[in-house]
Design a protein around this ligand. Structure first.
Ligand code: UDX
Length: 423
């Protein structure tokens, strides 16, 4: 059992704090946001994540977990995880100011021979600035990137594909990886810079993979092939892997877009051409446009005065996150081409763009719609019986950009069904 401090209780920090407490460590979660500390200390989760509230309540009760706003108590901790935001700067690079500020605040408080661990997504060589800001030769700086996905963060913490730890001292690196109590999981012990780059390189590769998947889907549509089979066939090649091969309206969220742009800046700053990064971003925007083109084509090549029913606003299912959501990107283009939009999402009741009408139910969203457009792969949409909405819509067209609906079910109810990369 170790005494662990987690600085920042956002998505990554809260998951890290709660899961380490669940492993039996004594964990203090720190945040400057007092209201967040109050909510968390009352046993409520501040993020929409399956199983989070239960683990918070359990570990508050057994005293493995506490939440604090006064940083002084950090002196109790042997291991301190930095999980503060690294938002995107105007030029696309990652803003390190929160990381540096938090490190400076800690520098005089951290106990002798403690270990400071960066878990925030930081650009390569950021650890050097952390070492400088910390200015403590007795405190090791370890880079330990996370690979948590929203919607499955707790499962991802306890079932990682690998644990990555970077540090000049392999002994310190080992101590950090041991905290995860996952002896059977492959642990990659390397230097700080390599550990930092593994995160960006992985996320950017997945984004490039998805851009390619969506381009394959586009090609399948015009040559008459079936993207479901083509991608399935591709995924059987273990060099390619069967995961992250689902076509959609594009990739988004709080990580992929930001990380691809930040890696591009790092490459440019080092005069290295990583053209695939820009290509992936451009291709992703083309995918947004392709989904809108589909709707326009199905509705007589004009969206002017048409009402589009949207199913799904979040960037993917099982999260309430709208950050860089491909749904919003598609919707804004639909509106730009003259359509009005009525959207239903299981967890979203409000959006910034007031041109997007939010429906309280599936039925309300379908009423008088010229087409139904599925944009997020929520389980709820798979279960919709077309007969329950066929008298509500004014036109029986369903466009499934996530390929989650049962085509025969919809066709048998008289709907014109349009898949993504297959027909
Ligand atoms: C991602 C990484 O997966 C995770 O390892 C990292 O720690 C944080 O960033 P997340 O942002 O939660 O996680 O999203 P992810 O599940 O990776 O999905 C990213 C985007 O790709 C979403 O818009 C999703 O809908 C899309 N996607 C994913 C597809 O379109 N098809 C797929 O097959 C998989």
């Amino acid at each position: 059992m170790a005494n662990i401090g987690v600085i920042g209780t956002g998505y990554v920090g809260l998951t890290t704090a709660v899961c380490f407490a669940e492993l039996g460590h004594k964990v203090i979660g720190f945040d400057i946001d007092l209201s967040k500390i109050e909510v968390l200390s009352s046993g409520k989760s501040t993020i929409h994540e399956l199983g989070m509230t239960e683990l918070i309540v359990k570990n508050l009760a057994n005293n493995n977990l506490t939440f604090r706003s006064n940083i002084e108590t950090i002196a109790e901790c042997e291991f301190i995880f930095l999980c503060v935001p690294t938002p995107q700067d105007a030029d696309g690079s990652a803003d390190l100011s929160y990381v540096i500020k938090a490190t400076k605040n800690l520098s005089t408080l951290v106990k002798k021979d403690a270990t400071l661990i960066t878990k925030s997504t930081v650009p390569v060589n950021a650890w050097k600035e952390v070492v400088k800001a910390l200015n403590r030769s007795d405190v090791a700086v370890v880079s330990n990137p996370e690979f948590l996905r929203e919607g499955s963060a707790i499962a991802d913490f306890f079932n990682p594909d690998r644990i990555v730890v970077g540090c000049a001292s392999s002994e310190k690196a080992k101590q950090v990886s041991d905290l995860y109590k996952q002896p059977d999981v492959e642990t990659i012990i390397t230097d700080n810079s390599s550990a930092e780059l593994i995160k960006y390189a992985s996320n950017s590769f997945l984004a490039i993979k998805l851009s390619y998947v969506n381009e394959v889907a586009a090609l399948c549509e015009v040559v008459g092939a079936n993207a479901k089979d083509v991608l399935f066939g591709m995924g059987k090649d273990t060099r390619i892997g069967s995961r992250f091969l689902e076509p959609g309206p594009g990739w988004g969220g709080s990580c992929f877009p930001k990380d691809v742009r930040a890696l591009r800046v790092t490459a440019e700053d080092n005069a290295i051409s990583m053209s695939l990064l820009s290509a992936a971003i451009d291709s992703n925007e083309k995918t947004h446009r392709r989904i809108v083109d589909k709707a326009e084509k199905e509705l007589g090549n004009s969206l002017i005065g048409k009402t589009i029913c949207i199913w799904g606003l979040t960037f993917k299912a099982n999260t309430d996150d709208l950050r860089e959501s491909p749904s919003i990107a598609v919707i804004e283009r639909l509106i730009g081409r003259g359509a009005s939009v009525v959207a239903f999402d299981p967890v979203i009741t409000n959006v910034d763009n007031k041109k997007i009408k939010i429906a309280k139910s599936i039925e309300e969203s379908c009423t008088a719609a010229d087409a139904i457009l599925v944009l997020t792969e929520w389980e709820q949409f798979k279960k919709v019986n077309p007969n329950s909405v066929m008298d509500l819509v004014s036109n029986k067209v369903v466009i499934d950009s996530r390929n989650i609906l049962d085509k025969n079910l919809w066709v048998n109810s008289g709907f014109n069904f349009v898949g993504n990369g297959w027909q």
